[in-house]
Design a protein around this ligand. Structure first.
Ligand SMILES: Cc1cc2nc3c(=O)[nH]c(=O)nc-3n(C[C@H](O)[C@H](O)[C@H](O)COP(=O)(O)OP(=O)(O)OC[C@H]3O[C@@H](n4cnc5c(N)ncnc54)[C@H](O)[C@@H]3O)c2cc1C
Length: 409
């Protein structure tokens, strides 16, 4: 059986490997000059290749359509991924949050292992080859047309063209057009795992300030939908960093439901309000005659002080020994509920992942085959699936790629 795989990213390479293992004659079409351009930049160049948590945790980290992914994840789970790469000579290590990386810290080792396997299985790799459209009969996909007009026929076509983020890596959303031409619906692609934009000048003025050990909470109509401890960063447009990227996944979901979404920080998550009040009292005791605005250096980074003073509502020049109990309460509240105004997300081109894509209700979850056209399959980020950071998105690419490659007509 002749199998065409469109896209030499994570999902495409895994699909091609599995199809070749199943005895098919496989060709990968990749429009870039090399395979795995996006893998190369994953995990800041270290490639967080999967996550070593249990299945329950993996499913809990999938933001959309987790049920659709049951077959894929159980057919090819995180252990299978780790076994594959270890078996191909890539030693792996597990870091904080069960994130799995190559021991070398080089994403290129992951790409090389996949390339070696493809070559050893005799998979034909056509680089610098852009697929323009799919070719159909009434009820089946029978091949593809390359840019330039050349038509090629196959028994099975797997679309693994990725999403629409980081287009310089080749993921320019071509798969959505292929899917539409087959009669599929596309859930509007949107950015996810993306920095957030703030309309407030004071936020942008804090550019470069990084906060560690803070708790970020995202509230939708005043109900917490995300809360996590970690790091964040102020930038020239708003906020970024690990906590913010994760929160953004929920931000877009809640905005989609037309909810009012707000974001606040707990700057002292280790102390409850009572403990924090005692701590503030202690600090005040030691600095009785100072101005209020000069008494906060032990509590928060210096650059945050003017904003905190403003949020507390206590006049900056107030003498510490004349700050009232009520005013102290307002300060504690400002520290525990430090609101950062948010107006939106950065553009999809800057997103770690694309939310949305080919509607999964139109795909057979046990095979990844299209329900619209026979012999047409989809795998990876082109589908309407997405997950949190931590190696989960690549796991989805490996699992769906594996299933698409394996499935028989
Ligand atoms: C900066 C960054 C860091 C990330 N870090 C991590 C991480 O550490 N861990 C993790 O789990 N996830 C990470 N992700 C997400 C992860 O990289 C993706 O989810 C994953 O690569 C998706 O794989 P894919 O094969 O579906 O698509 P892609 O990797 O995007 O591959 C699609 C391929 O198809 C090719 N293609 C597209 N159209 C055509 C066409 N018409 N003809 C021929 N070829 C075509 C493209 O050139 C591309 O090579 C990161 C993403 C980014 C942007």
């Amino acid at each position: 059986m002749d199998v065409f795989v469109i896209g030499g990213g994570a999902a495409g390479m895994m699909a091609a490997i599995e199809a070749a293992v199943s005895g098919c004659k496989v060709t990968v079409f990749e429009k870039n000059e090399k395979l795995g351009k996006k893998i190369y930049i994953t995990g800041k160049g270290r490639c967080n290749v999967t996550n070593a948590s249990d299945m329950e945790t993996i499913f809990a980290n999938i933001n959309r359509n987790s049920k659709f992914l049951y077959s894929a994840l159980y057919s090819y789970d995180n252990n299978a991924v780790m076994d594959f790469f270890e078996g191909e000579g890539v030693r792996l290590k597990v870091e904080r949050g069960n994130r799995v990386f190559p021991e070398s810290d080089h994403s290129s080792d992951i790409i090389r292992a996949l390339e070696r396997k493809l070559k050893s299985l005799g998979v034909e790799i056509r680089l610098n080859t852009c697929v323009e459209r799919l070719i159909f009969t009434d009820d089946a996909c029978i091949g593809l047309e390359l840019k330039g007009g050349k038509k090629l026929l196959a028994d099975k076509v797997i679309v693994a063209t990725g999403g629409a983020s980081y287009p310089a890596t080749g993921s320019t959303g071509d798969g959505y057009e292929f899917a539409k031409s087959a009669g599929h619906s596309i859930v509007t692609p949107e950015p996810s795992l993306i920095p957030l934009v703030s309309p407030a000048q004071w936020v942008r003025d804090l550019q470069g300030l990084s906060l560690k050990n803070v708790e970020l909470t995202l509230l939708s109509d005043n109900r917490p939908v995300y809360s996590e401890l970690g790091e964040m960063l102020f930038t020239h447009f708003g906020i970024s960093g690990p906590l913010v990227l994760s929160a953004s996944a929920l931000y877009s979901t809640e905005k989609g439901k037309k909810k009012t979404v707000t974001l606040e920080l707990d700057l002292k998550p280790g102390l409850d309000e009572d403990m924090l009040d005692k701590r503030v009292l202690r600090d005040f005791d030691e600095q009785k005659n100072r101005q209020f605005s000069n008494s906060l250096e032990g509590l928060v980074p210096k650059r945050l002080i003017p904003v905190l003073v403003e949020k507390s509502g206590i006049p900056a020049e107030t003498k510490v020994n004349s700050v009232s109990k009520e005013q102290r309460k307002a300060l504690v509240n400002a520290l525990k509920h430090f609101e950062i105004p948010i107006s939106g997300m950065r553009p999809i081109e800057e997103a770690i992942i694309t939310k949305g894509g080919v509607k999964v209700g139109e795909i057979n979850p046990s095979t990844m085959e299209s329900k619209k056209k026979k012999n047409l399959y989809f795998a990876g980020e082109v589908l309407d699936i997405d997950a949190m950071t931590g190696g989960f998105n690549l796991q989805l690419a490996w699992s769906t790629g594996y299933l698409a490659g394996r499935s028989e007509d």
